[in-house]
Design a protein around this ligand. Structure first.
Ligand code: HEM
Ligand SMILES: [Cu+2]
Length: 649
């Protein structure tokens, strides 16, 4: 009995018990359903063991949407608690837990996989490749991410959620001040998911460097591919820092080392530095692919080449470099002195310049364009003004002297949501709508989509603008309540209404998916938006091998040139295509990682040792396994192509 006591959540509430029941029932329903309909074999063969970048992309997408739901429920609970002064809906501990899980889930388990989902699906198609460079590693990336996300989420019902903020600052996150296992979950789930991301970074950087179609020089890559390339370079340099910081934090918590404690020579500021040396580049890992998506969408629906291609690329390169030298702006007030603060102020404000260049490039692309307002375009139009407000307030925060006033207030919360929501979430929803027909063979309903986009934009403004005012008035972030005398009540009530509007927008988006799945026409062309890049030149649905014939590229919008200027994309005849085999190893390995993480969270040494050995055994097995893949023969390709309607030019 005593053994099981450690798994009980330390602050049980009806919500936790209800979740336990819901989790058990859902699991039973899923397992029962799969068994009843005899779908296990199909699921295992076609999805769980797949190494196809398109299917992996779709699995990332499903996981991201589930996590968006979880993250949003946390957000709504916070807004409901703060809606009125002296509210009793949540207590301080519960509030601490949900602002922590909200931040972690939204950034690491929603935005990241959403971006990687679109990257997975689109990048190989956009560069005319048959898959990524290392398809099996790609599957491993997904399953590691998924395993980390699941480990993080079970903390809610087993042992207790982390409660030291998504930044997990020491000494608060040390054993002394965070006694239950929540922060252990943070350390190990981020570690596992982070490994997956690092592997993705290497995989995609290699793919983009080595697997482009003939003729696609670096300066002829479409803008989304460029942004993905830079993003993955940032991942490769930033994520190892997180890996190290988490490893040191885990040792502090589990083995009693003193890297970040305040006693015995530990240095709590070391964590803050390491965290943000990863954390600030992470912000650009999220925003750059979003910028790439906006570039594709804006030039498609303005029917013009992207204005200033070279300056777009240059500004991303500059952002990439600068993103590594601004990290200390997250803790100007933590005592590093005026000199260091001045340097970081200057580098921080410098980042606004390349970002501004990009904004002007989009505006110039729109200028004299023949604009059609589709849902993806509407999101892009709504993004520009809201993001600019978020960005300008960022420059305000970047001034270190002034930041003493804004730091840790709701002003900050307003700033980062007004960059991250239009910058990342709108882009992902725009990208989802844009690429939906390629992924699923039908379009999402435009009318419902436009209602949702407007509501989301208005809701975002209503939810976050008031925080500028209450923040400047002194309302602190991460506080579970405030007194009536502060006068913050009205602003927080307005925010709550905005959050509800965002909720309705999400419901509309979910309804749109349902509605369009049921009623939308399946009879669409492979290029329904009249778009410009290679991903639209292959069939819908996309065959496993992506392109029957490797395309020949002449410009950064080869497909547009093929349609309008007679450029020939597909010259050669069919040849046999070499494809990788599916593999069960990635999911098995990720499962072992899950048990590994769980064992460390609770210091269960026997399973921890066994799983550590098992992980190395899997790696050894993979290294010695002989698997040369298989070939798709010309007659099969011919048959598939005929069925899909033959070559399109
Ligand atoms: C969609 C509607 C959203 C609402 C209403 C909302 C609301 C909130 C609130 C009330 C807080 C806590 C303020 C405090 O410190 O007390 C917060 C924090 C945060 N949110 Fe959101 N949020 C939303 C979406 C997002 C999205 C899309 C992301 C990221 C992609 C995000 C990332 C964060 C982060 C990183 C924090 C900081 C957590 C921390 O300080 O530990 N949020 N949000
Ligand atoms: Cu930063």
């Amino acid at each position: 009995m005593e053994f099981f006591q450690q798994f009980a959540p330390p602050h049980p509430s009806p919500a936790i018990y209800a979740s336990m029941v819901a989790i058990v029932l859902t699991t039973v329903a899923i397992f029962g359903g799969l068994t009843y309909f005899k779908k296990w074999g199909y699921l295992w063969r076609e999805w769980l063991t797949t190494v196809d970048h398109k299917r992996i992309g779709i699995m990332y997408l499903i996981a991201a949407l589930l996590m968006l739901f979880r993250g949003f429920v946390d957000a709504l609970m916070m807004r409901a608690q703060l809606a009125m002064p002296d509210n009793q809906l949540l207590d301080a501990q519960h509030y601490n837990e949900i602002f922590t899980t909200h931040g972690v889930v939204m950034i690491l388990f929603m935005a990241m996989p959403f971006i990687i989902a679109i990257m997975n699906y689109i990048v190989p198609l956009q560069i005319g490749a048959r898959d990524v460079a290392f398809p099996r590693l790609n599957a491993l990336s997904f399953w590691l991410f998924f395993s980390g996300a699941m480990l993080f989420n079970i903390s809610f019902v087993i042992g207790g959620s982390p409660d030291a903020g998504w930044t997990s600052y020491f000494p608060l996150a040390s054993n002394e001040f965070s006694q239950h296992v929540g922060t252990n979950y943070y350390m190990f789930s981020l570690q596992i998911a982070g490994l997956g991301t690092l592997i993705s970074g290497i995989n995609f950087a290699t793919t983009i460097l080595k697997m482009r179609a003939p003729g696609m020089t670096l300066m002829k890559m479409p803008m989304f591919t460029w942004s993905s390339f830079i993003t993955n370079i940032i991942i490769v340099f930033a994520f190892p820092v997180l890996t190290v910081a988490l490893a040191m934090g885990s040792m502090d918590r589990i083995f009693g080392t003193n890297f970040f404690t305040t006693a015995d020579g530990g240095m709590d500021m070391l964590w803050a530095n390491l965290f943000w040396i990863w954390g600030h580049p992470e912000v650009y890992i999220l925003i750059l692919p979003a910028f790439g998506l906006y570039s594709e969408i804006i030039s498609t629906f303005a029917r013009r080449n992207l204005y200033g291609y070279k300056s777009m690329v240059a500004s991303m390169v500059v952002i990439c470099l600068l993103s590594f030298v601004v990290w200390a702006h997250h803790f100007y007030t933590m005592g590093q002195g005026a000199f260091a603060n001045s340097i970081f102020s200057i580098t921080t404000m410098a980042i606004a310049v390349p970002t501004g260049v990009k904004i002007f490039n989009w505006l110039f692309t729109l200028w004299k364009g023949k604009i059609t307002i589709t849902v993806p375009m509407l999101y892009s139009m709504l993004f520009i003004p809201i993001f600019t407000i978020g960005g300008v307030t960022g420059v305000m925060l970047g001034m270190s002297a002034a930041d003493y006033q804004y730091h840790n207030t709701m002003f900050l919360v307003a700033h980062f949501h007004l960059v991250i929501i239009p910058g990342v979430m709108f882009a992902l929803l725009a990208g989802l709508t844009f690429y939906w027909p390629k992924m699923f063979g039908f379009m999402l309903n435009e009318r419902i989509g436009k209602w949702a986009a407007w509501l989301l934009a208005i809701g975002t403004c209503v939810a976050f603008f008031p925080m500028f005012i209450s923040g400047l008035d002194g309302q602190a972030r991460r506080m579970y309540t405030y007194s009536e005398a502060t006068g913050f009540g009205i602003w927080n009530m307005i925010s709550f209404v905005g959050a509800l509007a965002i909720g309705v927008a999400f419901l509309l988006i979910a309804y749109n998916i349902y509605y369009s799945t049921r009623y939308a026409s399946r009879d669409i062309s492979a290029d329904p938006w009249d778009a410009r890049t290679l991903e639209w030149s292959t069939h819908t649905p996309v065959p496993v091998y992506n392109f029957a014939v490797v395309p020949q590229v002449n410009s950064d919008q080869a497909f547009w040139d093929a349609k309008k200027h007679g450029h020939v994309l597909f010259k050669d005849g069919y040849k046999d295509i070499h494809m990788p085999n599916n593999s069960g190893l990635p999911i098995i390995m990720a499962g072992i990682f899950f048990v590994w993480g769980f064992s460390f969270v609770f210091s269960l040494w026997l399973p921890a040792i066994v799983t550590t050995i098992a992980i190395f055994a899997c790696m050894a097995y993979q290294s010695f396994e002989k698997d040369d893949g298989y070939h798709i023969h010309v007659d099969t390709i011919e048959k598939t192509e005929r069925k899909l309607g033959g070559h399109k030019q």
